[in-house]
Design a binder for this molecule. Structure first.
Ligand code: ZN
Length: 484
């Protein structure tokens, strides 16, 4: 047995070694220069300042978004990148608030409400929405049917208890069912009074059927207590600027590979943001990371073996529309994409990478981790908490290995989609540490003598989605036409 085992182990070793992507001394030396350059000369902080303060909020397809597309192309061109261009997709509607929302309780007594239009909500009709409020106990088919008689023609209020801990796909099904009953408008609980947290209820960039407003949590609780004692009436109004079927650009630029130009590593982030502030961390810092990785690799003077493609997409906040359009438009080229790296969870210190269900990537990164140890970002997490929530997913579903930068998010989620997502929240040292992590990992993958990790077969993709308990949501979104 012992003698037999030795040849078996010998046979296994090359297999194990090939699962770890090699990093040569030359690659390590180039990465050392790139990390040093980012920490000393990094421009991400300045790029983010320009995006957030000069251009401002970048709702998909808005004038500011168009400005950001031109700005990003200028940046790539001035850095000397190749193949700088845009590729477009069509969003069913663009949306921007035109007037601030106003609203109040009119009965049993008068009180002003802390209220906002939800994203991609139609404007209220002339004179505003006025009516009685019905609290929806459970946003499920059965729950809606149980209150059916009271919902039609009234203003339906929902809080987190109404939504329960259902998967997003079930919430969407519930909303569809509710819409069929013809409510006058929806009121959704938001954060604390006065703190808008922008979001939308559609996931394809289309308008919602009826006006939807977000109401402060204290105001929501007050309305619920009033409802315990009798009828409650409210009125509210807002005007949104809406344009239908608008062309939206993604921005693409490249550093051609020196040996394997047809093999590609993509570094991506979303250019669009929400409106309450300037999207400095969602996802200004991700965009700034993509451009500074381009700057650092380009100015290193050592183009890696493979092509590095820089991709800035729109419509992420409306349902990962830009990256999905990109994958659809390049479906035939997916086999040539070695890895996709994304930054979209703000700019607190990076800890390493989300593997997003691809456990084999942990082994593939083994030789990259020593390059990141000094940055403190040499770790990985198997968490799939944000699996369907940023631009890697369309690539993942077609078997392409992806990595999403893993940061601390405790401060980020306090400002995410809110009026506090502004440039003063960004810490330059933490941002640079994330850029350096992304630049080093990108370069090591693009310069390796072997591909990063194998492409998954559809059967393997199905297996990890099931293992991660994401299969039902995946099926729902797929049937709804969300994925490529
Ligand atoms: Zn984002």
């Amino acid at each position: 047995m012992r003698r037999l085992l030795l040849p078996i182990i010998a046979l296994l070793l090359p297999g194990l070694a090939s699962a770890q992507m090699p990093v040569s001394p030359e690659t390590r030396s180039a990465v050392a220069g790139i990390i040093g350059d980012v920490m000393v000369n990094g421009q991400a902080y300045e790029y983010d300042r320009q995006l957030a303060d000069t251009i401002g909020p970048r709702l998909t397809g808005s004038d500011n978004y168009v400005h950001a597309v031109a700005w990003a192309q200028d940046k790539f061109r001035s850095l000397g990148l190749a193949n700088v261009h845009t590729e477009s997709f069509t969003i069913p509607a663009t949306w921007e608030p035109e007037t601030p929302a106003t609203g109040r309780i009119t009965a049993p007594r008068i009180q002003q409400l802390h209220i906002y239009s939800l994203g991609w909500s139609p404007s209220t009709p002339a004179g505003g929405v006025k009516g009685n409020v019905v609290y929806l106990e459970h946003l499920t088919i059965e729950g809606i049917d149980a209150q059916k008689a009271k919902l039609a023609g009234n203003i339906v209020l929902m809080d987190s208890k109404s939504l329960g801990d259902q998967p997003f796909s079930q919430i969407i099904k519930g909303l569809d069912h509710l819409n069929g009953l013809g409510p006058k408008a929806l009121l959704l609980v938001g954060g604390p009074n006065g703190i808008e947290s922008a979001t939308a209820l559609t996931f394809d960039g289309s308008l919602f059927h009826s006006p939807v407003a977000q109401v402060g949590s204290e105001d929501t609780a007050l309305i619920k207590r009033m409802l315990d004692n009798g009828p409650v009436a409210v009125e509210f109004s807002f005007k949104n600027r809406i344009r239908k079927n608008v062309k939206v650009d993604n921005v693409v630029a490249e550093i051609p590979g020196r040996d394997l130009p047809n093999e590609v590593v993509i570094v991506a982030g979303h250019l669009d943001s929400w409106h309450p502030a300037t999207g400095a961390q969602d996802n200004g810092t991700g965009v700034a990371t993509v451009i500074d990785v381009a700057r650092a690799i380009k100015t290193s003077g050592h183009p890696p073996r493979r092509t590095v493609r820089f991709l800035l997409v729109g419509g992420e906040e409306q349902g990962i529309l830009g990256s999905t359009a990109y994958v659809r438009q390049h479906k035939a080229d997916m086999a040539s994409i070695d890895c996709v790296l994304i930054s979209d969870t703000g700019a607190q210190r990076a800890k390493g990478w989300y593997l997003m269900g691809r456990d084999d990537e942990r082994e593939a990164l083994k030789n990259v981790e020593p390059l990141l140890a000094g940055l403190g970002s040499n770790d990985t997490t198997p968490s799939v908490e944000f699996l369907f929530q940023t631009d890697h997913i369309s690539f993942d579903l077609l078997g392409v290995p992806t990595l999403v930068l893993w940061n601390d998010v405790d401060k980020y989620f306090k400002l995410h989609h809110k009026a506090s997502d502004s440039f003063d929240s960004v810490n330059q040292a933490d941002l640079n540490q994330g850029v350096a992590t992304t630049a080093a990992t990108t370069y090591a993958i693009a310069d390796s003598s072997q591909p990063f990790a194998p492409h998954d077969t559809p059967a393997q993709t199905e297996e990890w989605l099931k293992n991660a308990k994401q299969w039902d949501d995946y099926q729902f979104f797929k049937n709804a036409g969300v994925f490529p």
